[in-house]
Design a protein around this ligand. Sequence first.
Ligand code: FAD
Ligand code: NAD
Length: 164
Amino acid sequence: VTPLHLRKALGRFASGVTIVTTAECEDEDSVHGMTANAFTSVSLDPPLVLVSISTRAKMDTKIRETGTYGVSILAGDQEPVSLHFAGAAHEPDRVRFVWRRGVPLLEGALVHLACTVVASHPAGDHTLHVGRVEQLWYDDGHPLVFYTGSFRSLELLGRDEPWG
Ligand code: FAD
Ligand code: NAD
């Protein structure tokens, strides 16, 4: 199994796109963000999610330092934001943060999760940062989708009905 084959295979697992954010204090100058699609729901009770962050990403050290992170699940029109936080484009005018429980999140996203880190597991060249969801917010809309290395906007046929 080569890295190239793995990327080609795993790229066929369609995912949403998130921006993971963290900050030392509630000050825009201390915010760091990066694009991540290795985001997973883990547990409902307690409410846990995880993000898999490369040990080479600055974000890995930042999350260890702050002990908190935000996850913003991007809307279909936020591809430029995704490219910006992957270091593949420079779109500072599209970057605006809102704060929830002292955690910065991206304005215009479909979902905001404010998380406290409960465990950080080494996993090869990544770290799995498990976060407890302390506060959440969501809206209806079209998600940004990443598939075989390209971005798409998923057009939903009907309006989402709430569960339960
Ligand atoms: P940098 O590369 O320094 O920062 C990323 C970019 O965000 C820079 O352009 C920086 O200027 C900008 N930025 C940071 N903070 C701010 C701020 N406060 N205001 C404005 N701009 C800011 N990597 C993973 O480890 N896990 C994944 O799950 C993952 N999924 C990805 C999915 C996709 C679709 C893509 C395109 C990339 C993914 N990556 C993932 C790669 C990751 O996004 C990049 O390697 C990223 O550059 C790593 O960021 P960094 O923390 O090293 O910081
Ligand atoms: P790609 O074809 O590299 O990605 C396809 C899939 O391969 C991804 O969805 C992911 O599941 C996996 N993957 C890719 N790079 C990985 C890595 N370094 N570690 C673990 N899994 C990885 O997509 P692309 O458009 O060429 O990506 C742009 C950049 O973003 C590349 O540098 C890529 O490495 C990085 N990226 C990293 C991750 C990650 O670290 N989990 C995920 C996606 C993209």
